[in-house]
Design a protein around this ligand. Structure first.
Ligand code: CP3
Length: 386
């Protein structure tokens, strides 16, 4: 758990944990906190070594392994926050749906939900089985104390429902949308059941020491704004509010969400995670600068030569323009094969370069937008400031 080292409400010094938590709450910090989506994963040799001896689900279910993988990644990168090693699909099992990860293909749900009767059978009374995630969080939070923000997470109702109905990853979400349109009562029941389970699951994580809960709505970008509002926004808002009532901020993240951002903001989430396709300043402006934002470097930039990488890091920082409430991150997860040293280089860059992009150096307009003098210079990202 993070607490602040404070003097009359203002911190004397920031720890990774206090910097991260304050940024989630849009409070001023010395520099943007930084962490990475999928910072523990196959791109890291230490993780691959553990994976040689254990399946993904085994790692998730053993608090000693899950905490080790989480801690190793956060320490190796020098980030401000650790995200617990787990997977989005873990709650499917206690709800009564078995799944496995098929090498090279991703998740496979054995009996996908295709009827209202199947939805009726889903159980909501066994979330206690997920306590292994909380046990791992307790270990990580105990290890880091205030030095690191502790992020717990769960899937959002829509994204989890899509895995349950499609049976795995999908391109067009035909079965999911068909259920949504043709069986609206069953759809509502499914999302309600998910919120019931996810609320208990999030509470376990908060009680164990999570400072923040990130809700992954990874595939929500497959919806039109109208469908998002009619079928998904109300139930997602309930989950966000339920988590906030536990006393922690919520980060709400999805991919390909440019047109959905104002509606996603209406969930009341403290932080909206931006994918890399939307320029950070445009995305933030579209939400009236009313929340904190997390993002949004293209994860594939991590394969670029260092000068290009630095240019793109500077562009993200310049677009955030030193406003309170920016958490530096990628616009989606690190992919296998990413050079670890480039991820470490980004952390160094954020730490070294962010003073150039403080509010004092860049003029911020009355509505939070950049004044002309503060916009990016030439195509190689010569950032004008001063
Ligand atoms: O440090 C971290 O962030 C890692 C913890 C983590 C994992 N999954 C471990 C994992 C997190 C935060 C997740 C969330 C998750 N899981 C999401 C949301 C994030 C996103 O990318 O939008 C989703 C959609 C899933 C479902 C899932 N799990 C898929 C689609 C896959 C297959 C991907 C692939 O490339 O094979 C997984 C497997 C998975 N979960 C891996 C890891 C490290 C890789 C497989 C492995 O190690 O065997």
């Amino acid at each position: 758990m993070s607490s602040l080292i404070e003097n009359a409400g203002e911190p004397l010094a920031f720890t990774g944990g206090s910097r991260f938590l304050r940024a989630c709450l849009k409070k001023p910090v010395d520099r943007p906190p930084v962490w990475f989506l999928r910072q523990a994963g196959r791109y890291m040799a230490e993780y691959r070594e553990v994976r040689k001896h254990h399946t993904l689900v085994e790692i998730c279910k053993r608090p000693d392994l899950a905490s080790e993988v989480t801690i190793t990644a956060a320490e190796k990168l020098g980030v401000d926050a650790a995200i617990i090693f787990a997977d989005l699909l873990l709650p499917l099992e206690p709800m009564g749906l078995d799944f496995e990860f098929v090498a090279g293909e991703g998740p496979l749900v054995h009996s996908p939900l295709r009827s209202p009767e199947a939805i009726d059978k889903l159980r909501v009374d066994r979330a206690g089985q997920l306590e292994y995630v909380a046990a791992a969080i307790e270990k990580v939070a105990g290890h880091f104390g205030d030095a690191m923000g502790m992020i717990g997470f769960c899937g959002a109702p829509f994204t989890l429902a899509s895995y349950m109905i499609e049976g795995g990853s999908s391109r067009n979400y035909v079965f999911t949308k068909q259920m949504m349109y043709s069986e609206p009562y069953a759809w509502q029941k499914l999302l309600d059941k998910l919120v019931t389970v996810l609320t208990v699951y999030a509470k376990q994580q908060v009680d164990a020491g999570a400072d923040v809960i990130q809700i992954f709505d990874s595939w929500v970008g497959s919806l039109s704004v109208e469908d998002y509002r009619d079928y998904v926004l109300p139930v997602t808002t309930r989950l966000v509010r339920a988590v906030q009532e536990m006393g922690v901020p919520v980060i709400y993240f999805g991919v390909e969400t440019a047109s959905l951002l104002p509606a996603m903001r209406e969930t009341g989430a403290d932080v909206i995670g931006l994918d890399w396709r939307t320029p950070l300043d445009e995305g933030w402006r579209s939400m009236g600068y009313g929340c904190a934002v997390q993002g949004n470097l293209d994860p594939i930039t991590l394969f670029a030569p260092e000068p290009i990488l630095e240019m793109r890091v500077k562009q993200v920082l310049a677009q955030a323009a030193g406003r309170a409430g920016h958490i530096f991150n990628l616009g989606h997860g690190i992919v296998p094969g990413t050079p670890v040293e480039n991820v470490q280089a980004v952390v160094r860059m954020v730490k070294a370069l962010s003073p150039q992009f403080s509010v004092k150096k860049i003029q911020v307009g009355p509505e939070g937008g950049l004044e002309p003098g503060g916009s990016l210079g030439g195509s190689l990202g010569g950032v004008k400031h001063g």
